[in-house]
Design a binder for this molecule. Structure first.
Ligand code: FAD
Length: 427
């Protein structure tokens, strides 16, 4: 069988040491079989183990191989759409439950880091940066909206304050969330995997689930083994393929690309981002950046609908980085990689159950570092008999992409082009 390694990212280069996690061979029995060792699977597994469940995780490649080990590392609270969009999609009670949870993911991550002593370069502070008055107005409205739900820690930054946060003249203001922040994403995933194993959980790498035999006692098959379980949790997100056909039509894998500079001299690094906050801008197709623990600039942006891997990532992302920080024109790029997230039409997570023993959560549409940690908690609550918070997410309606599987890529790209033009024109 082929061995799938990590992509050549800065995160794989700077990963903490990991144990060998053998491929599944033969038959095992467990309470919960989780498919996928990204944050969704790991968070679910850890919460379940903390409550006495027996857990087996099947990972097609390696822990954190997917988006969880490749992302921008930004702890962005809330969801890819605002709570007012959620209020329009579901009952007031469910919207209230989701609003209450919106800042819980950042707390779960910090709790995991502290409880299991995970070394992943945690820094507090995330900034949303506005180019236009319209974007600034949106941030102000967002702050008011969150305050209505009791989340009062957000701070509006004027033009002077945002210039103190990011050394670029591009922005007219922004919003700071000190409960946001950033981490080394792969090391967070690896730390969570180690925590799972410390509690007796088992993770098999290089063990893709190839088939789920549904029924009262589901069985998950891999090329050389099978897992008999009471429950199955599907957490393969953009890398799942067609394992669960009913999920595929309402979501679309998309690629986004990241570059990492060589380590910067301390004074240059500090001049770019003096408080060491992470930044994402307010454009529809947004740029996101931050400093790594060893003072590299990690800069991401762009979306490839349908998740084809672009040929020259540096050629796509470096101009974006220089548009923000022209002072980096002589700096070398050490790493460039792509990763896939899963987009839904509403940009809200796709959550639910198939029968009464297969659960899924996927499709957080670009902002999943915090949501996936909440997902793990609510799935674990559900298996313990408290489904209220899971059912709030499951109540969100989802629709197939226009154009079906054949034309969803061009249709969605056209929509994104429209929003990008609006961002450029500031309308
Ligand atoms: C480049 C990039 C930058 C991003 N930046 C940010 C950011 O800064 N902040 C933020 O909030 N969000 C960000 N995101 C989104 C965020 O990373 C994801 O929403 C989140 O990590 C999804 O976690 P997950 O566990 O659901 O999926 P993944 O992390 O993709 O994990 C799924 C796992 O399942 C495995 N798998 C799939 N199918 C099978 C199978 N059949 N059998 C066994 N295993 C299987 C895969 O190998 C993979 O390891 C970014 C995404 C990308 C790609």
């Amino acid at each position: 069988m082929t061995h799938t390694p990590y992509p050549q990212s800065y995160y794989a280069f700077s990963a903490n040491p990991v144990p060998l996690r053998p491929e599944l061979q033969g038959e095992v029995e467990t309470d919960v079989c989780i498919i996928g060792a990204g944050y969704t699977g790991l968070s679910t597994g850890l919460f379940l183990l903390e409550h006495g469940f027996k857990v087996t995780i099947l990972e097609a490649a390696k822990v954190g191989f997917g988006a969880s080990g490749r992302n921008g590392g930004q702890i962005v609270n809330s969801y890819s759409r605002d709570i007012d969009a959620i209020e329009r999609s579901t009952s007031a009670k469910n919207a209230q439950l989701m609003a209450d949870m919106a800042f819980e993911g950042g707390r779960i991550i910090r709790d995991r880091i502290q409880k299991y002593n995970i070394q992943c370069d945690l820094k507090d502070g995330g900034v949303f940066a506005a180019f236009t008055k319209k974007q600034m107005g949106h941030l102000e409205a967002q702050k008011k909206l969150w305050e209505r739900f009791g989340h009062k820690q957000l701070e509006i930054l004027d033009a002077k304050r945002i210039r103190e946060v990011a050394a670029t003249d591009n922005y007219i203001g922004g919003m700071l969330d000190m409960s946001g922040g950033h981490i080394h994403p792969l090391n967070l995933a690896l730390g969570e995997a180690a925590a799972i194993e410390s509690l007796g959980g088992v993770i098999h790498e290089q063990s893709p689930a190839t088939r789920i035999e549904r029924g009262a006692n589901p069985v998950v098959h891999t090329p050389k083994g099978r897992v008999k379980a009471k429950f199955v949790v599907v957490a393969g997100n953009a890398y799942l393929g067609n394992l669960v056909p009913e999920l595929a039509s309402k979501s679309m894998p998309c690629g986004t690309q990241v570059i990492t500079t060589e380590p910067l001299p301390e004074d240059l690094a500090r001049s770019l981002l003096p408080q060491d906050y992470c930044v994402e801008d307010c454009n529809y197709l947004l740029d996101y950046y931050r400093l790594s623990g060893d003072r590299r600039l990690i800069y991401g942006g762009g979306v490839v609908y349908g998740a084809r891997d672009p040929a020259n990532i540096e050629a796509i992302i470096r101009p974006k980085m220089l548009a923000t920080f022209p002072q980096l024109k002589n700096v070398k790029i050490d790493f460039a990689w792509t990763g896939n997230f899963l987009l839904t039409l509403s940009r809200l997570p796709q959550v639910g159950r198939i029968g009464d023993n297969i659960y899924y959560s996927q499709g957080c549409s670009g902002h999943g570092v915090t949501y996936t940690h909440i997902a793990g908690k609510v799935i674990a609550e559900t298996l313990r008999g408290q489904a209220e918070r899971f059912d709030a997410f499951a109540s969100l309606p989802h629709y197939p992409f226009p154009g079906g599987r054949l034309f969803r890529v061009p249709f969605t790209a056209m929509g994104a082009w429209y929003y990008t033009m609006r961002d450029k024109l500031g309308v």
